[in-house]
Design a protein around this ligand. Sequence first.
Ligand code: SAM
Length: 250
Amino acid sequence: MRWYDYKVKYPEEECQLDQDEEWITLVSEGRTEKIRLQDYETLYSIPGLYEEVIYEQLQCNSPQVVCSMLKEEIEKTKEQAAGLRVLDFGAGNGIVGECLDKMIGCDTIVGVDIVEEALEATSRDRPGLYDDYYVMDLSKLDDHKEKQLAKWDFNALVTVAALGYDHIPTRAFLNAYNLLDNGAWVAFNIRDRFLSEEDDSGYKEILHTMMGDSLTMLQDRCYCHRLSLSGEPLDYYAIVGRKNKNATVS
Ligand SMILES: C[S@@+](CC[C@H](N)C(=O)[O-])C[C@H]1O[C@@H](n2cnc3c(N)ncnc32)[C@H](O)[C@@H]1O
């Protein structure tokens, strides 16, 4: 049975859940299903659900924040945004691709995500948006995947809401980064906690090492990525910079 006519029920506001524990209940014709907000396979397979919960109810504005910062930095140079060949890593159902297309207007946008349902939802809801879209795990970059991606000659990497937690691991982020030309634009966001002293995801270390060496940071901003289910702001850092050279973090 498919969920087209459904209602979303949210947990009580006093229900304090960590970001990777959050869930909603979907109700349709007497049937209910509890869905974790990080269960992307299920969220993407129900048309409009991800947009309704993450973007409308929880007021996520990260695609706009990250894309507008990238646009601002490009406009400070004599370069043309229209020449951008972007790898949208952790592309999900295409909301970031749509934002890049509307706000910046790139030459090429290629999506990569690890779940098949992301590709299916993008083709269903935003057909023709991406020049290509790959379902692949970049933490293991073999020759075949490298060839498939290298042919796009990327000069920009955009990654929104996909670093940290059980999402894109540091190795995969570095592999994507190292596919870029030197001088490429890099725009991403990450929850503040992954840059704190207590973090053990590895992001604090690799970003610290990269920023002093392989990545020149141009702009950073701490902002509310979205609300939690209990209405608290979830603060993220958005960072825009340019690649100097490959990152060789161990
Ligand atoms: C919160 S969603 C963000 C989607 C989109 N960037 C947006 O902002 O709407 C995180 C996405 O990262 C993807 N993801 C998680 N781990 C990944 C990995 N190792 N490689 C590629 N994508 C991954 C998930 O499948 C999911 O689509």
